[in-house]
Design a protein around this ligand. Structure first.
Ligand code: MLT
Length: 263
């Protein structure tokens, strides 16, 4: 069921289906809740599944010049409040993972578990911050050109031919993201805090999903973070870049479902 509600005077959009333990699926930069449709269709047979269009993406409006990870996390909380859901397992792809950490920091008692899907807990390095500023300029100048180059680069090179239809679909969906939404997300990611200390304290189980060919995430950094939580599991994927939900859909779905079932 698609739900739209007002949050701080603007429209937010999410889908809810199924019953049982709650799983919240959070998409990444330039994506929308649509990416989770195949996962949600399976998971909702055993769980309550919520997929959310994060601010400035999909059918959720732009709220300001910067969408901080804390702001996005507060929006997730307000959806859980509206649905009277006390605790959820958050599954965050990339930027969605940053939002999951921001949520866990602000509302630890609402977290049942975390699935950090091609993401990590650290802040941007100085070099990454400079790259973000350059990217903002590129998007200002040529939003469509940026999207055209950005999306294929998320995949392991060996997967781009077999997944060319999905890549075209992702590009078309990304093109629906307004310039203001793209820039607000880039600014939010650039300014995000370092949440690595949270991993030493977190009481809830964590699953990291890592693609060995992911150019956007440092594998060694994530592997180090994965040693911190009391209960941590890792799925390390061969021949996969930043898009495991498309590059290894069956394995990532069953691993997430098994993790959610047992915790
Ligand atoms: C994402 O896929 O959400 C972004 O690439 C994450 C990032 O740029 O740090």
């Amino acid at each position: 069921m698609k739900v739209q509600l007002q949050h701080n005077g603007r429209k937010i959009s999410y889908n809810i289906a199924g019953s049982g333990k709650t799983i919240v699926l959070l998409h990444g930069f330039l994506e929308s809740q649509k990416i989770w449709e195949p996962f949600a269709a399976q998971l909702c047979k055993s769980f309550k599944v919520i997929t959310i269009d994060l601010p400035g993406h999909g059918d959720t409006e732009v709220f300001g010049e910067t969408h901080s990870m804390e702001f996005m996390a507060a929006m997730v909380k307000s959806i859980l409040d509206t649905q009277n859901i006390e605790k959820a397992i958050l599954v965050g792809h990339s930027m969605g993972g940053y939002v999951s950490f921001a949520f866990a920091k602000q509302f630890p008692e609402r977290v049942h578990g975390l699935v950090i899907f091609h993401s990590h807990a650290a802040a941007d390095t100085e070099e990454a911050k400079m790259n973000r500023s350059r990217t903002i300029q590129v998007v200002e100048d040529n939003r469509i050109g940026f999207i055209k180059n950005f999306i294929p680069d998320l995949f392991a090179p060996e997967n781009t031919e077999s997944l060319k239809d999905q890549i075209e679909l992702l590009k078309a969906q990304a093109e629906q993201t307004p310039k203001a939404g793209i820039i607000a997300a880039l600014k939010g990611m650039k300014e995000r805090s370092d949440n690595t200390a949270l991993l030493d304290e977190i009481k809830s189980p964590v699953l990291f999903i890592i693609g060995k060919k992911d150019k956007r995430i440092s594998i060694s950094q994530v592997m180090e973070q994965a040693t911190a939580p009391t209960h941590c599991e890792v799925l390390l994927l061969d021949g996969v870049g930043h898009m495991g939900y498309l590059e290894a859909p069956r394995l990532t779905l069953t691993t997430i479902a098994d993790f959610c079932r047992k915790i």
